[in-house]
Design a protein around this ligand. Structure first.
Ligand SMILES: [Zn+2]
Length: 160
């Protein structure tokens, strides 16, 4: 899914309707395009701000380039900070897409604060379950993510 999002291939309204755009269900302010939904939308931008702080990553100012930036900056670097950033990135894209579909197809609305919590929770779960002996987690990161003892001492390649 991240791969599709990176190429603008998810079926956002601009792709489904061609010229005819539909209003974004996350902010109700602008037309839904791929770039709007994932980056320029005020709803999504708020999520990026919070998750970026949590990952201690400053996402690129030019939002459309975030996937390109990630491929340059996050790919193949297996330390804790980069793995966290990658997990946050993929989880944020996933949850934004999921929320958008829930609103359109199920008329279920989840507040932004809850989505942020869900993203952090998912990343935390994955951090605590992915294990190898290659990567060291500093005590600062362990404390920050509420990871304890042996389970968090080392972690393996992200699966995202
Ligand atoms: Zn929007």
């Amino acid at each position: 899914m991240l791969w599709l999002a990176a190429r603008g291939r998810l079926n956002t309204a601009d792709r489904v309707h061609g010229e005819i755009c539909t209003r974004c269900v996350l902010c109700n302010e602008d037309e839904e395009t791929h770039g709007h939904l994932f980056f320029n939308c005020s709803f999504t931008a708020g999520i990026w701000a919070v998750t970026g702080r949590r990952a201690q990553v400053r996402w690129p100012a030019n939002d459309q380039d975030i996937f390109h930036w990630a491929s340059l900056n996050l790919q193949g670097i297996l330390d804790a900070k980069h793995i966290i950033a990658k997990l946050i990135l993929s989880s944020t894209v996933y949850f934004v897409w999921y929320e958008r579909n829930n609103r359109i197809f199920k008329h279920q609305f989840t507040p932004r604060e809850q989505i942020q919590k869900d993203i952090i929770g998912l990343v935390r779960d994955r951090l605590s379950t992915i294990l190898t002996s290659k990567i060291h987690f500093s005590s600062i990161i362990r404390d920050d993510w509420g990871l304890t003892g042996e389970e968090a001492r080392v972690i393996g390649p992200a699966q995202a």
